[in-house]
Design a protein around this ligand. Sequence first.
Ligand SMILES: [Zn+2]
Length: 663
Amino acid sequence: MKPEEKINKLREELHRHNYLYYVLDKPEISDYDFDQKLKELQELEEKHPEFYDENSPTLRVGGAVTKSFATVVHENRMYSLDNSYSKEDLENWEKRIEKQVDGEVNFTCELKYDGASISLTYEKGKFKQAVTRGDGIQGDDVTNNVRTIRSVPLRLKGDYPEKFEIRGEIVLPYEGFAQLNAARVEAGEEPYANPRNTASGSLKLQDSAEVAKRPLDCLLFSLSGNLSGIKTQYEGLQKAREWGFKIPEEAKLARNLKEVMDFVNYWDIHRHDLPYETDGVVVKVNSLHQQDELGYTAKAPRWAMAYKFKAEQVSTKLNKISYQVGRTGAITPVANLEPVQLGGTTVKRASLHNADQIEKLDVREGDEVYVEKGGEIIPKIIGVDFTKRDPESDPIEYITQCPECETDLVRNEGEAQHYCPNFNGCPPQIIGRIQHYISRKAMDIEGLGGETVALLVNEGLIGNYADLYELKKEQILPLERMAEKSAENLINGIENSKQIPFERVLFALGIRYVGETVAKKLAKEFKNIDALKKAKKEELENVDEIGERIAESVVEFFADEENVMNVERLKGYGLQLEISAEKLANQTNKLEGQTFVVSGVFEMSRNDLKKLIEDNGGKVSGSISSKTSYVVAGENMGPSKLAKAESLQIPIIDEKKFLGMIG
Ligand SMILES: [Zn+2]
């Protein structure tokens, strides 16, 4: 067989097995065999780059990096849906429809998945483009990222139209979400709050290889374009399924509103058996002809209606309130509940946030409480069933000492949270701080995870982040689950962190309230750690967007001898504690006091452009207002932004003119 034939044959096979596995969930070959075929194809493609295909199954693993996502105007607007919350709402909707169209009206009922809306374009049976909803009129081109989602077909089969769009939701199944969070917690990072935001955040990651690692799924339910021969929504779903798309099996035809309500009532209970989050039902007029007749309001189609399920609530007994200590020393009260089923999972704990919240709810140990679960992972207590309260019960006395180190807690004026001030002696703070230090957005130390940090601290090998740089391979080898190779990786990872730029080191230090953005600001303003250390509170407050709270926290950090010593040690180990000379040379104050809005596609990447503005003292804002000094417009600037800029008479300049401003 010629290489080209072999490549094509392997691609066909892999597309098919991918479909069987990810769309139908009926694999015919083992994962091992699949990987072998993929490897074989990879090798052939490497040898024969002339047969490159952007939709090759080998490109599912990602690798393409999108620096800035191009804005794309939707060929057909992506409308949102009107919401209904009761049978009466739906009956009123039906009455409006019957006034406008002739003949019998049937409906399709589909589940409303909670994810990130997406529009996929196919041409000649090939995946061409994926665009987010954006504002409905235009969205972001996330093609590279969506290509890595295994249930998105890259090639279609059967009698598909020449060119069409298909829309749906990118979702993150509960199981994948839980795995992702477990890995984050292990790395000392904050867990994601809910699957939906995580799914939409994933689409905007720059590195598609990162997206490929996330177990995203794509559920589709709406066709548009020239769809000759298709007469109803339901038929469209069946056709799209034949072409190879993952069309939810739950969709059903309903002849009347009673059947619609049967569907709603059934899924209100059974949706918890599904692997994804759903928050309602979408009811559509089935006939495409009738849909055309009904048309659209300014916001939504008249032929579709979302029915929202009620947020779920259960009541259960609150057994005990316990207290957790975070890396900043913040104390969080947690309600330990009598286990209860809610939203398809067993709930045992709920957050109580802080002392004020406990007081506001007047919640007590032994109370029967109402627990609600929105999209969040940790459910919340929304009230107490006072009819069931034990008359002998006492109000909660909030703890006054740290549950971990017994230090007296403090609560600063105007703050809701209590803190354990034993910064350098409280175990969860020590561990949490080092976990933060090594996390991806901070020092990104490869080969070192959150659990290992806890182990190193508990074994007495490290007591702060500076100690990491004294670690020897011989010391860590005897640790549990530590092999030669992993020990080496850990040491190398620590060594490599010496190249991380100043602003990220500053973020990694874990100064309270100094997040990524504030760290960048401080790094830029003070240029090196010694200048920052010497800065008085007033000087800090003079920096744009640095308030009293942050300023105090920075001063407090450097007032602590141990912190100063750690920083000095980091300096000694060769970490970047000043802005690099190259970066410094590129900075000016030419744009000071001016605010820029960047819109459209540019020759340089959008991020580079924004960086140039900031490096020259300007501010970047996301939306146009009377405070905007200039709009820097590239190709395909959004029409709504253009209109707004014109109405406010804000000068619009192009890339070249902007570059002229900074010389
Ligand atoms: Zn403590």
